[in-house]
Design a protein around this ligand. Structure first.
Ligand code: AMP
Length: 290
């Protein structure tokens, strides 16, 4: 059993195993968890700052979870840079980084998983079968290992946080879920670890996603169909750009169920988009009030 190692004086404690984690958290006060897949950027910093405000001890988990990637997805090339992540965490005053190996999280085949139900089969779940089972299973394992009082998730992944909130209610998990607003780069593109895949021309095309969401959000006086139409016309133009934006889905959904909002829908809704630019798949969303 190795002792937890700290990368720099006063820096975060970097722990790799459940035993190290338990010892690192022993006797600490209110714990806030920020689950991530690493390649930390400004969006993750927003989450950490929120956790810092609400908890005495902040734990960031860094784990690229194979269970949530499909066979043709980017698991192997997903950006990984633990030393850079440790530096970001040190700057943000994170107390503990939990960065387990795949074999530590999944020592054997994961037979028992958390079923995301019907909500997990819509939008992202339809495009990425099994994705949310993988997400909810790893989040449950992290909750069990860290035992946080609260956990912070980004609204950038709106269906993910909605499902985590629902899981916590449906399975009576003793953790408070805190949502953090989406951080955007100066050009409007939602910050994402996957943005490093984009070259300049692809990035320019990718800006159509946030532009479409803005157009939709400005059309709320035209009702649900008007919102969808305004966003869709931006994306139809972007499909003709070089390189093209290949739309996966554009949907206006009920925020509690992620089922498509009817033409008569009133109240809050989520306008969500997923598209491919070159080989990179991007998602974004905005909350609207109808
Ligand atoms: P990831 O490392 O991409 O799995 O994301 C870890 C957490 O950070 C998730 O809760 C994401 O929703 C959140 N996140 C990712 N990008 C952003 C962003 N641009 N703004 C706010 N939260 C984000």
């Amino acid at each position: 059993m190795t002792a937890p190692s700290t990368p720099a004086a006063d820096g975060p404690l970097l722990v790799r195993t459940p035993d190290e984690l338990r010892r690192a958290l022993d006797g600490r006060g209110r714990v806030g968890l920020v689950p991530t897949m690493g390649a930390l950027h400004g969006g993750h910093r927003t989450l950490v700052r929120l956790a810092r405000e609400k908890a005495e001890t902040v734990v960031v988990s860094v784990f690229v979870n194979p269970l949530q990637f499909g066979p043709d997805e980017d698991l192997d090339r997903y950006p990984r840079d633990l030393p850079a992540d440790v530096r970001v965490c040190a700057q943000e005053g994170v107390d503990v980084i939990f960065a387990p190996e795949v074999e530590t999280m999944y020592p054997a085949e994961q037979m028992v998983t958390v079923d995301a139900g019907a909500m997990g089969e819509r939008l992202e779940g339809a495009s990425r079968p099994g994705h949310f089972t993988g997400v909810l299973t790893v989040v449950t394992k992290l909750f069990q290992l860290v035992r946080p009082h609260l956990a912070v998730f980004g609204e950038k992944d709106a269906q993910q946080i909605a499902l985590v909130r629902r899981m916590v209610v449906d399975l009576n998990l003793p953790v408070e879920i805190v949502g953090a607003p989406t951080l955007r780069d100066a050009d409007g593109l939602a910050s994402s670890s996957r943005n490093v895949y984009l070259d300049d021309a692809q990035r320019e095309s990718a800006l159509a996603l946030s532009r479409a969401l803005r157009a939709g959000a400005e059309a709320t006086s035209d009702g649900a169909d008007g919102v969808r139409e305004a966003a869709r016309s931006v994306l139809e133009e972007a499909a003709k750009a070089t390189p093209p934006v290949e739309l996966d889905y554009l949907a206006l959904v009920d925020p509690a169920t992620f089922a498509e909002a009817s033409s008569e829908h009133r109240g809050s809704a989520v306008l969500a988009v997923a598209a491919r630019v070159g080989p990179t798949r991007l998602i974004d969303n905005v909350s609207v009030s109808l």
